[in-house]
Design a protein around this ligand. Structure first.
Ligand SMILES: Nc1ncnc2c1ncn2[C@@H]1O[C@H](COP(=O)(O)OP(=O)(O)OP(=O)(O)O)[C@@H](O)[C@H]1O
Ligand SMILES: [Mg+2]
Length: 248
């Protein structure tokens, strides 16, 4: 569901780690409601791209605009950005000593200063939506990996973000739990959430993405709608990458 209205705009973004040029003149515009899947070899800069968008990594040059505003560097603006851009990582990053419900309500209550009762109600709805409302009073270690990752998604959604970034959200899961997490992500995509998803799940890319972006060596090498990208990749790098991941 793309709207033609940009929400996230990167222009000539460059990022170095010491001598390593990990994002090289990256231009990328993501519309409201668009689902962009980012793929590419290990070390190509996919995580760095995600982290740059919510300013977990500062960039060296270029610009990133989110919802019409350049990314704030610090202070309240940065806290607001972080709450508007939900992030889900490979490792679930839940607070081990808090219940699932507390994990989900913490941000809205502490950061947003929302009323606890209303936040708890919203959190229970979110846990229901991701299929784990019966686990609300348990601790993360008592849940399966798939349930923990769904809790992490509910926690990000509790902040009512304008966009969600997923960095290999299913890579640490046992195979039988991958589907339940992808199902939640697919329904979010269908509901119009703006999403940037780094994943090796090509089924998800084919069915849920509006666009596939292929990165290699810090560059956006190629981007196209999934049918076009998987059906007729243009660059040798993309062809080579696809032949490696699609044959096993
Ligand atoms: N904090 C850091 N300090 C120094 N180098 C880093 C740092 N983070 C990442 N790098 C390097 O930057 C490059 C891009 O890393 P990044 O994690 O963005 O790649 P990736 O595409 O997400 O890879 P993967 O598929 O393995 O997750 C790699 O060469 C990596 O080693
Ligand atoms: Mg990565």
């Amino acid at each position: 569901m793309t709207t033609g209205e940009p929400l996230i705009v990167l222009e000539s973004v460059n990022k170095w780690f010491g001598p390593l040029h990990v994002l090289q003149d990256v231009d990328l515009s993501i519309d409201r409601g668009e689902v962009v899947v980012v793929i590419g070899p290990s070390g190509s800069g996919k995580s760095t791209l995600c982290r740059a968008i919510n300013r977990l990594e500062p960039i060296n040059s270029g610009s990133i605009v989110f919802d019409g505003q350049p990314l704030p560097a610090e202070g309240r603006g940065l806290a607001k950005l972080r709450s508007e851009v939900g992030m889900v990582f490979q490792s679930f990053n839940l607070f081990a000593h808090k219940t699932i419900l507390e994990n989900v309500t913490l941000g809205p209550i502490k950061v947003r200063k929302e009323k606890p009762a209303a936040v708890r109600e919203r959190a229970m709805q979110l846990l229901d939506r991701v299929g784990i409302s019966s686990q609300a009073s348990k601790y993360p270690a008592q849940l399966s990996g798939g349930q923990q990752q769904r809790a992490a998604i509910a926690r990000a959604l509790a902040m009512q973000p304008k966009a969600m970034l997923f960095d290999e959200p299913t890579s640490a899961l046992d195979p039988e739990m991958v589907g339940e997490v992808l199902d939640v992500m697919t329904s979010l995509a269908r509901e119009g959430m703006t999403m940037v998803v780094v994943t090796h799940e090509m089924g998800f890319a084919r069915h849920a993405a509006n666009r596939v972006v292929f990165m290699a060596d810090g560059q956006l090498v190629e981007q196209a709608p999934p049918d076009e990208f998987f059906g007729s990749p243009k660059s040798d790098r993309a062809k080579d990458f696809l032949s490696k991941i699609l044959t096993h």
